[in-house]
Design a protein around this ligand. Structure first.
Ligand code: GUE
Length: 301
């Protein structure tokens, strides 16, 4: 135990509740002008983990006062059926956000499906238009992927909006977390390093980090000795591991939380950290899509 460092556990659960109550309040305001945000979640197949995520997204959407619609397609659905469904959701004025749950079955081209979603309804922020806007700093109209956006809100609690002079290390280079996370950190003036499976001496690289974002998908891979004392640690990992012979599986992050707590300045737990913020940001993005769509209905002249 390090007596000098008082580590703050950053509650994603509380931050998500705060964000959701803002979303609810703005949704009631919007209702006065006859606008109700609508979210369509599409799931293909019956992966149990995906089912759980999708139902919790639907539940949160309803709590926010949104129209919440779920489309379930069978595991062997044709790609064309999915593309046709998205085309009809793109045309549907009551739907402002479309989320196609990832992963998709192997016979479906996930890239093609994502690019078929209207960029204005792409509340996941995966469409090239939104990726390009984030990459070029056009954040006013971009949809930013929910996990990195939620992680930034948690970082903001500790460091504020301006990260000038701070070094951030993102471990992981996925299109849905690592790369957009790095773009957001850079936009907030951090000095950004993206580390990944081919990085030499990952431990030394991580020790540079004032802010460390772990998004590798390997349980407890980031250990206490990887951390600069006092660092802010954002654990994006959601790994389900066997807890014991008769016990249910449990969730662990990419960071060895019990070790890291003695060295970090602030750290997100798993569960209760980035996960709940991801869902809250999805609601925030959907509300934003609805507001932008409503604004565009007002005549220019
Ligand atoms: N198109 C698409 N968009 C996504 O945003 C998306 C996706 N596909 N596919 C799967 C991943 C995963 N994901 C999570 C969201 C919330 C929690 C979450 O709230 N987790 C809770 C624990 C939940 C539990 O106990 O299982 C927590 O960390 O506290 C986890 C994972 C969104 N994803």
């Amino acid at each position: 135990m390090n007596a000098e460092i008082k580590t703050q556990v950053i509650s994603g659960k509380l931050a998500a509740e705060a964000l959701l109550s803002e979303v609810k309040a703005t949704t009631s305001e919007l209702a006065k002008s006859g606008v109700q945000p609508g979210l369509a979640v599409v799931i293909v197949g019956n992966d149990p983990a995906s089912q759980v995520y999708v139902s919790s997204k639907g539940k949160k959407a309803e709590e926010c006062g949104f129209l919440s619609i779920k489309h379930e397609l069978p595991e062997d659905a044709a790609e064309k059926d999915l593309l046709d469904l998205i085309a009809s959701l793109n045309r549907d004025d009551s739907i402002h956000g479309i989320l196609v749950q990832i992963p998709l079955p192997a016979h479906i081209d996930a890239g093609k499906v994502i690019q078929s979603i209207s960029p204005q309804k792409d509340v996941d922020g995966f469409h090239f238009t939104n990726v390009g806007k984030l990459g070029t700093g056009m954040l006013e109209t971009a949809f930013v992927p929910c996990t990195p956006a939620g992680s930034m809100r948690l970082i903001e609690q500790i460091h504020g909006k301006d990260l000038s002079g701070l070094t951030a290390v993102v471990v992981g280079r996925s299109n849905i977390v690592g790369k957009p996370m790095a773009s957001l950190l850079l936009a907030a003036n951090a000095t950004v390093i993206i580390a990944h499976s081919r990085t030499k001496n990952l431990e030394a690289m991580c020790q540079q980090a004032d802010i460390l974002v772990a998004a590798v998908g390997r349980p407890k891979m980031i250990r206490a000795d990887f951390l600069k004392p006092g660092a802010t640690v954002i654990d994006v990992g959601i790994n389900r591991v066997a807890a014991g012979p008769d016990e249910k599986s449990k969730l662990v992050g990419d960071v060895d939380f019990d070790g890291a707590i003695d060295r970090a300045g602030a750290i997100t737990p798993v569960p209760g950290g980035v996960g709940p913020m991801t869902i809250a940001m999805l609601m925030s993005n959907t509300l934003r899509a609805a507001s932008l769509a409503a604004a565009l209905k007002i005549r220019t002249y």
